[in-house]
Design a protein around this ligand. Structure first.
Ligand code: MN
Length: 340
């Protein structure tokens, strides 16, 4: 192969790599979907921003080395997703406007039902795609879009690996019941995962700093949910705990096989200013890297998603670098001596 990893990247494939979804170990599925976004729109263009910025990422990584040699590739966008999203978004905006008293207050008949049906259609589509990738021996990565998009992927992963754990990094718990009436809302994904998908062993939620009272109640009553909130972690650091010791507590809550669900707003908003619902606080870049490295050294990452990346260049840049670490650590986590 004549590929020179230090040469400027070819813009057609993710990170400029010479792989296709057929021969790559990690296969990414772009999901340009923002139908249930409740605040700032634009995450539909997250996958495009990440793909464009990915050419800037140097391939030799100081943490994951040359894991890229196993192959990372992205599938072409499926045109149907954009069509479903645009259809769902029109109805969703009308429903939201009626609730907030803005606009005309006229909601098209069956608007809510149509949004929910399109969400279910997206879930089925992602479930099938990710199941197919597992069958082909690939490690799947879903690239959103809003945080509703990985539901079908997590369902496929839990079916294949019963007892699956989830490491969820986010400013929000996403444990709401049908937020704004939308069953498949970005703010409800982990409520849906925990109540609708059999075989979920544990969900560790890290970086939370904007949660509802009912979410806190649900988390307290659900023994599979472990919270590592931003205020708790900041307090522990202020008292002299090390970040590594906190990270080890997080890893301890997780079973051997895990899915990582990463909402970019779990990071400090300086790293994701264009995300849908930014909140002050959050993980620094360095903390995020140490967390990922420690998880990958001790657990097997069967797949992952990265969501809520904004459409602008800086958002895409950080998103691409986080995506690169996710791909590399996912591969590395299968190369541990004791990995199953
Ligand atoms: Mn989220």
């Amino acid at each position: 192969m004549s590929f020179d990893p230090d040469a400027p990247a070819n813009a057609d494939q993710i990170f400029g790599l010479p792989f296709t979804p057929r021969n790559a170990r990690v296969v990414l599925i772009p999901v340009p979907w923002q139908a249930t976004t409740s605040y700032r729109r634009g995450t539909r263009e997250g996958p495009r921003a990440v793909l464009e910025a990915s050419a800037q990422v140097d391939l030799h990584d100081l943490e994951v080395g040359d894991a890229w040699k196993e192959g990372f590739a992205i599938e072409p966008e499926d045109d149907r997703i954009r069509l479903w999203d645009e259809a769902a978004e029109g109805d969703a905006l009308a429903v939201i406007a009626a609730q907030t008293g803005e606009g005309e207050g006229i909601v098209p008949e069956d608007a809510l039902e149509r949004v929910n049906a399109l969400g279910e259609q997206l879930n089925d589509h992602i479930y099938r795609e990710v199941s197919r990738l597992f069958e082909g021996g690939h490690l799947p990565g879903v690239l959103g879009g809003d945080h509703s998009v990985p539901f079908g992927a997590i369902a496929a992963a839990a079916e294949r690996y019963p007892g699956l754990g989830i490491l969820h990094i986010d400013a929000h718990a996403d444990l709401r019941v049908a937020y704004e009436g939308f069953t498949w809302s970005h703010a409800s994904i982990f409520y849906n995962v925990l109540t609708r998908i059999p075989g979920i062993g544990a969900v560790a939620q890290v970086g939370l700093r904007d949660v509802g009272a009912r979410e806190a109640e649900f988390a307290q009553e659900e023994p599979r949910v472990f919270w590592f909130t931003d205020p708790q972690m900041q307090r522990a650091l202020a008292e002299g705990r090390t970040w590594l010791s906190i990270v080890r507590d997080i890893v301890d809550t997780l079973p051997e096989r895990i899915w990582i669900s990463w909402d970019i707003d779990g990071l400090d908003p300086a790293l994701c200013p264009g995300t849908g619902t930014p909140v002050p606080g959050g993980l620094t870049w360095g903390q995020a890297c140490v967390l990922l490295a420690e998880v990958a050294a001790n657990r097997t990452i069967v797949g992952f998603d990265l969501n809520e990346v904004g459409p602008d260049e800086w958002d895409g840049n950080v998103g691409a670098r986080l995506l690169y670490k996710l791909c590399g650590h996912a591969v590395r986590s299968h190369q541990r001596g004791d990995a199953p």
